[in-house]
Design a protein around this ligand. Structure first.
Ligand SMILES: *[C@@H]1O[C@H](CO)[C@@H](O)[C@H](O)[C@H]1NC(C)=O
Ligand SMILES: *[C@@H]1O[C@H](CO)[C@@H](O)[C@H](O)[C@H]1NC(C)=O
Ligand SMILES: *[C@@H]1O[C@H](CO)[C@@H](O)[C@H](O)[C@H]1NC(C)=O
Ligand SMILES: *[C@@H]1O[C@H](CO)[C@@H](O)[C@H](O)[C@H]1NC(C)=O
Ligand SMILES: *[C@@H]1O[C@H](CO)[C@@H](O)[C@H](O)[C@H]1NC(C)=O
Ligand SMILES: *[C@@H]1O[C@H](CO)[C@@H](O)[C@H](O)[C@H]1NC(C)=O
Ligand SMILES: *[C@@H]1O[C@H](CO)[C@@H](O)[C@H](O)[C@H]1NC(C)=O
Ligand SMILES: *[C@@H]1O[C@H](CO)[C@@H](O)[C@H](O)[C@H]1NC(C)=O
Ligand SMILES: *[C@@H]1O[C@H](CO)[C@@H](O)[C@H](O)[C@H]1NC(C)=O
Length: 640
């Protein structure tokens, strides 16, 4: 009795009262929560892109963290007494792929020969899934090729398949596929290799040549040349509304002529030369423009298309006199994506299996064009050259500037702001958009709290609860102003844990695991719980900090998001919420938190997640609810 009455007393005192109006807000952006895709630290190759073999077509190397066109047989290892070397003899597979791997087999060889690949930090071997291997070969061979996974950890073959080959060198390059197979055993970890082995006696004294060696596990939605299923599902579950692609700094290239070129990422894989990427890795470009568009379609994401506008990251800038071919290339790309089948490039798209044009409503003219001395040329000619050409043909597409203000300052001309900084900075930005002009839509197409507190040195490996809560405070500021803040996206979306354990990303992957950062859950919950209009909220007996909030509503529900940022717990920091005009007596209460502000999530095999999400039903009366925080850092979503 006594306890109960103390509880009731405590529960009825609120530090803060929030009265949520039933109208009087603004229409909110339906796109508010989005994604940035660029291939950074194996987001694409060795990440989303389903190819499992590394260095499949000898397109370059990534030694010492720098991508180059130096060719080698890295990640391939001989089996038996053979040598593996890079070869440029004719005929090559294609003019785009002039380097191949030659296997020399010694005279008198008997037994098994071949090679294995170590993958992108190993392989996921899953007995429940289908796999298929293939390669192009030139040379004489009449026999079987065994294709199989081998576990380093258990020294076992985990599943195998084979190819039957009967070809002679006069036939040139022939592509052969293995039979589709399911491994017999699921790997205990990712420490596996993939083998191709031959009957050595049939190859003794000969050389044979290989290119585009490939291994795919069944892909998301079973697409040919598609994306990794578990990673695509992880992205799908974020409930984001748009994706910006293909970048990002990776689109720009480190220097001439290595910008991302749409026309070299389409069609047969044989015709894709690849390129040195910006983030230290060579790109196969197997995950090309159409693969990205297809993935976006499969995930129900609107595409914001990034186009390259003449600035390389090393500061090289295409002069005004030389810019026209790049403008033409973008116009061709747009015709390829948006033109009907009667157009030259629309017909090319249709021939590649996409008869219907795509829809694009937003194009971003460049990326971070203020970098390395880009600003003056962006304002004086680069932006306008692309703007004028695109606007003339596609007047309804909104053309976004990467520098504030947009060089075209007419109502509706949009901007992309990138926001990186420490935790304190993110919290300080909570009200930064309150005074923003309503005339110019803003995207925050890249943001991330990259360090804790006021620390500026380096980055932390995974976002702490404190960092993710600081991002959440910032996102509340975006949401409250989502009549003008159209979209937001974290930079980066996906990185390889093996390659970049020490920098932040929404998701990090290994060959067989996924690390969902706490920021992942912030974005997922915020996107899932987003309605169609903002609502004014009146605070009494308190104001923003340490509790921050934003309210939205649709025709049936009101959603109040609260972030307790380094606040008290229990009654001393409790919130009385009154939803004007509501007679509801129950609400859904969603809570995201973790043990403390420095808690991080990890890979399942390295401790797993510290964050938790709980969903409960909260009772109240006539639209009034009482929310009390249980942790100093906590995100609470009340759906009434
Ligand atoms: C206002 O908040 C303080 C704590 O900050 C609390 O002691 C007081 O009871 C609150 N007043 C009301 C009317 O809720
Ligand atoms: C709605 O937008 C106006 C500016 O057009 C702004 O002043 C006002 O605060 C916004 N209302 C809400 C509830 O965010
Ligand atoms: C491997 O092949 C080379 C010729 O390429 C030969 O000299 C060497 O003896 C062979 N080694 C073995 C162990 O058979
Ligand atoms: C597995 O062992 C082989 C042979 O030692 C090695 O080349 C490969 O890198 C290992 N794989 C992993 C994932 O460590
Ligand atoms: C390849 O080997 C098979 C079986 O040994 C044989 O039937 C076939 O004739 C061979 N092909 C050629 C071109 O010799
Ligand atoms: C994989 O296995 C090899 C051989 O057993 C071992 O040397 C290596 O450290 C393992 N790699 C990983 C990442 O566990
Ligand atoms: C792709 O377009 C660029 C112009 O942007 C051109 O230089 C290049 O040759 C084209 N590549 C192919 C394969 O046509
Ligand atoms: C309104 O939002 C609630 C909570 O997210 C959701 O369950 C409901 O389906 C939405 N209603 C409409 C009409 O969109
Ligand atoms: C914070 O929580 C983590 C678990 O998420 C724990 O390992 C760590 O010791 C805690 N730190 C403090 C200062 O309590």
């Amino acid at each position: 009795m006594i306890l109960a009455s103390i509880f009731w007393f405590a529960a009825s005192v609120a530090a803060l009262t929030l009265d949520v109006a039933s109208s009087g807000g603004n229409r909110s952006s339906s796109l508010l929560y989005g994604l940035l895709y660029e291939d950074i630290y194996h987001s694409g190759d060795g990440g989303l892109y389903g190819e499992m073999l590394r260095n499949r077509a000898f397109q370059g190397s990534s030694s010492n963290g720098a991508a180059s066109l130096a060719r080698n047989t890295d990640y391939w290892y001989p089996v038996g007494n053979v040598s593996l070397t890079i070869d440029t003899s004719s005929p090559s597979l294609s003019s785009s792929l002039p380097y191949q791997m030659r296997m020399d087999v010694a005279v008198g060889t008997t037994g098994t020969v071949g090679f294995y690949n170590e993958g992108f930090w190993g392989f996921n071997v899953d007995a429940a899934k289908r796999y298929i291997a293939s390669f192009y070969m030139r040379g004489n061979y009449n026999g079987t090729v065994d294709c199989y996974f081998h576990s380093n950890t258990t020294d076992q073959v985990l599943g195998s398949s084979s190819m039957s080959i009967d070809q002679t060198s006069s036939e040139g390059w022939v592509q052969t596929f293995s039979t589709t197979f399911q491994p017999s055993t699921t790997g205990s970890d990712a420490n596996n290799t993939f083998y191709f082995t031959f009957d050595g006696s049939k190859l003794a004294g000969q050389s044979v040549y290989f290119n585009i060696l490939s291994l795919f596990k069944q892909t998301f939605d079973d697409r040919y040349n598609g994306v990794r299923e578990d990673l695509a599902e992880a992205v799908e579950n974020m409930n984001a509304k748009y994706i910006r692609l293909p970048g990002g700094n990776n689109m720009e290239g480190n220097g001439s002529p290595f910008e991302w070129k749409w026309n070299e990422t389409i069609g047969s894989l044989v015709d894709r030369p690849g390129r040195p990427g910006t983030w230290g890795d060579i790109k196969t470009d197997g995950f090309g423009l159409l693969e990205m568009m297809k993935m976006s379609q499969d995930l129900g994401l609107e595409v914001i298309l990034g186009i390259w506008t003449g600035l390389y990251l090393n500061g090289e800038i295409i002069s005004e006199a030389n810019l026209q071919p790049y403008v033409d290339s973008v116009m061709n790309e747009l015709e390829f994506l948006l033109g009907d089948k009667s157009t030259t490039y629309g017909a090319q798209r249709a021939a590649l299996g996409f008869p219907s044009p795509f829809r694009i409503n937003w194009i971003e003219i460049g990326n971070e064009d203020y970098l390395n001395g880009g600003t003056s040329s962006y304002y004086s000619y680069r932006f306008m050259a692309f703007y004028n050409a695109i606007h003339a043909v596609y007047p309804s597409i909104n053309l976004m500037s990467t520098i504030n203000p947009n060089p075209v300052k007419s109502d509706g001309s949009s901007l992309d702001l990138h926001v990186y900084g420490n935790e304190d900075y993110f919290v300080s930005l909570f009200n930064t958009f309150d005074q923003a002009s309503r005339k110019y839509p803003v995207f925050v197409n890249e943001y991330a709290a990259t360090n804790t507190g006021s620390n500026n040195v380096g980055q932390v490996g995974a976002q702490t609860l404190g960092m993710s809560c600081a991002e959440a405070v910032f996102l509340l500021g975006c949401e409250r102003n989502s009549d003008v803040i159209v979209g937001s996206a974290y930079g980066a979306l996906i990185k390889s844990y093996n390659e970049a354990p020490d920098t932040v990303a929404v998701i990090k992957h290994t060959a067989n695991e996924i690390l969902y950062s706490i920021s992942y859950y912030v974005q997922k919950l915020f996107a899932e719980n987003m309605a169609t209009e903002t609502l004014p909220v009146t605070a009494t007996n308190g104001s923003f900090g340490p509790v921050y909030w934003s309210a939205t509503a649709n025709s049936s529900s009101t959603i109040l998001k609260l972030v307790n940022y380094d606040g008290m717990t229990g009654s001393s920091n409790a919130v009385q919420v009154n939803i004007e005009g509501s007679s509801k007596t129950t609400a859904t209460l969603i809570i995201l938190t973790a043990p403390n502000s420095t808690s991080v999530n990890n890979l399942p095999s390295l401790g797993g997640e510290s964050s938790t999400i709980t969903t409960t039903t909260l009772s109240g009366s006539s639209g009034s609810f009482f929310v009390s925080f249980s942790k100093p850092y906590e995100i609470v979503i009340l759906v009434v």
